[in-house]
Design a protein around this ligand. Sequence first.
Ligand code: HEC
Length: 132
Amino acid sequence: MKHIFFFLVIIFIASCSSTDPEEEKRRYKKAEHMVHEAMEMMDLPEYGVKKLAKKGLYTSKDFIQASTDMMREGRVLNDLDHPDEKFMKMNQEMLDSFVAFEAAIKTKDFAKIKASLAIVNDTCKKCHDAYE
Ligand code: HEC
């Protein structure tokens, strides 16, 4: 009798931890929605960042503003819960590149800002090549 009880308890625990496919679908949908929103919100400030970078205005007030806005919108993805580990890894690379970019902007060093923006752009491109 005791054995049957333990057996049932184990079955119960196993059924709780196995992922429900509906739940998994909801998690995907939610993550994809969050990513889409963040990308749309980064679109406009990124346009400014690119345009000003092309003109070499890395230390201008407008460049700093556009960069700050882009990172703020992208950082919403700090709370991303995407079931795809590879996606999460690439998301983290973008967030890490923001930290370095932000630090570079503070130095007002043209070369440093340019180099760290190139790394930010690489993280965007890497994920877009894989997922967009
Ligand atoms: C971890 C993955 C990932 C990273 C990193 C990433 N993106 Fe995206 N991005 C996507 C995906 C997926 C799409 C297309 C699907 C969507 O928009 O929902 C997309 C689409 C976009 C779009 C088009 C949005 C629209 O209006 O349809 C823009 C703009 C964009 N990304 C900007 C950026 C910028 C700027 C960066 C880097 C600072 C970046 N993304 C980094 C995954 C990523």
